[in-house]
Design a protein around this ligand. Sequence first.
Ligand SMILES: Nc1ncnc2c1ncn2[C@@H]1O[C@H](COP(=O)(O)OP(=O)(O)OP(=O)(O)O)[C@@H](O)[C@H]1O
Length: 597
Amino acid sequence: MTTVPADAESVTGSTVAVVRRGLAAIPEIRDGLALTIVLALLGGVGRLAVPVLIQQLIDRGLSTGHIDAGQLLRLGALAAVAVLGTALVNWAGLLRLAVASERALFGLRVRAFVHVHRLSVAYHSAETRGKLVSRVTSDVETLSQFLQWGGIAWVVNGAIMLAALAGMAYYDIWLTLVTVALTVPLLVLIRVLAGRLGAAYSAVRGRVADLLTVTSETIQGAAVVRAYGITAPSLRRTAATIHRWRDAKTRAGYLGGVLLSLADLFAVIIVVGVVAVGLAIGPSTGHSAGELVAFILLVTLFLAPIAEFTQVIDFTQNAVAGWRRVLALLDIVEDVAEPVDGRQLPAGPPAVVVENVSFGYPDAGTTLTDVSFEVPAGRQVVLVGATGSGKTTLTKLIARLADPDRGRILIGGVDVREVATESLRSRLVVVPQEPFLFDTTVEENVRYGRPSATRAEIEHAFHELGAGAFLANLPGGLDTPVGQRGESLSAGERQLVALARAHLADPACLILDEATSAVDPRIELTLVEALRRLTAGRTSVTVAHRLAAAERADEVIVLDDGRLVERGRHDELVAAGGVYAGLYHSWRRATVDGAVA
Ligand SMILES: Nc1ncnc2c1ncn2[C@@H]1O[C@H](COP(=O)(O)OP(=O)(O)OP(=O)(O)O)[C@@H](O)[C@H]1O
């Protein structure tokens, strides 16, 4: 794999180089390609047969002074067979191409999707999400027309042009040279315009990605947009992105149109030129009427692929622009690589050791600096610190959603980089700050924790966490739909569903990022109890925003600006009067004391 910077949006290189790499990335397209090319070439040869048959028809059937009906019928029947056969062969070739290209696109989409999932969280910033979506969807779609016809058209049209040239040369070498001389300026123009069209399509792909990013962000943030009354600026931003996309598309459309019209115009000029030269040379050429008609038909056959090429260039440049972006995505080196012969985590709750860990997001400063601490097996440690101090980032490193730049993390005595992903994911579960719920029922959302779980086991998970009453109060119980991203539930209810999901997975080690959002007191009590039961007997690292969790923890780790500044039990840290004591007192004032006052 070529290493490119993580933010490179398109691979560079000539069109031919990109097409070659692109085709290598979709091996499915090669299945039966030889037969498809043979069928397409047969279709091309069929087209050549028609001018020759017409020449024979004129010279043998019509020009001999009397009409030879039998000859006419035989030649007519042959022409009909040639036309029908050509149509059938073309249909079979196109069908094979359509099936192969859909299979190839499916394969490419899946590979791109899997690759996106293997990239570390460092790459999954909100800004890149729309761009990643556009690569897996619309960028891949640009290949469709190229694969279904455009790619093979280069081979078939090239063959038709060569065959037509050979036929023309057979009838008259000088008129053939005239045709070629008149065609050269058109080919030069096409080459220049094709380069510009390529750049125009690359711009279109970039604007499509911007558009997807802005629209998905605006739709997801609709509530914020309305709440702050910023509909107009938000609309202006979306409209500006749409305008840029429209301008880029218009330019590509304009260039494509110029290319197509030029080919049509030149086709007329070339035919007129050939006829004019033919007339100027006069009857001295000694050609029969049929031969002259066949020659003109061959000239049009020679020119038709050029007109088609202009369209094929359109497909090709569009596909190359998409390919550049999809290949750039596949080129991003998986920084969280699956280890070769990955190790299994030992049985039972593991100890977690964070050893001299430093980390920074791409294009951002250092987020964590030389952090070290350990969580003994089966103990509960709480991470505390001001907002932006690096707590969530540290939990992502423990869960190996990204790897540290320096230092290492050991789980059960094994460096997480050496643990088989499947073992890590089955033994360690992360409950993020904003748990993600899918647009389905409570039951199905919890089942993500263990896909084989029965309905009774899912219900049991709620009861074991002390959330049976919560479940009973849901309008449809386990069948309650949660809405998109779980929006039909309150923040606290979403967290309870996420905790039940984690409990069902039955991990030995838990990483919990407490939600920052306030929840109503009844749910708060259920949540605190569920958390207590969930972490009991398991090794856990909890990011605590509400310091009640810190009061109960075996140890509190305090981060400040990415550094570990204090550690110890809650009482000791409060008594020490340092950073933690400051955080704790201000939390007390804002919550417990505030509520009492
Ligand atoms: N994907 C990202 N790309 C770049 N910088 C990031 C990314 N995620 C977090 N950061 C930055 O890293 C720093 C630490 O963020 P982190 O979310 O780990 O802090 P935190 O202590 O968990 O904050 P909070 O209490 O608000 O959740 C912040 O300055 C943040 O802006």
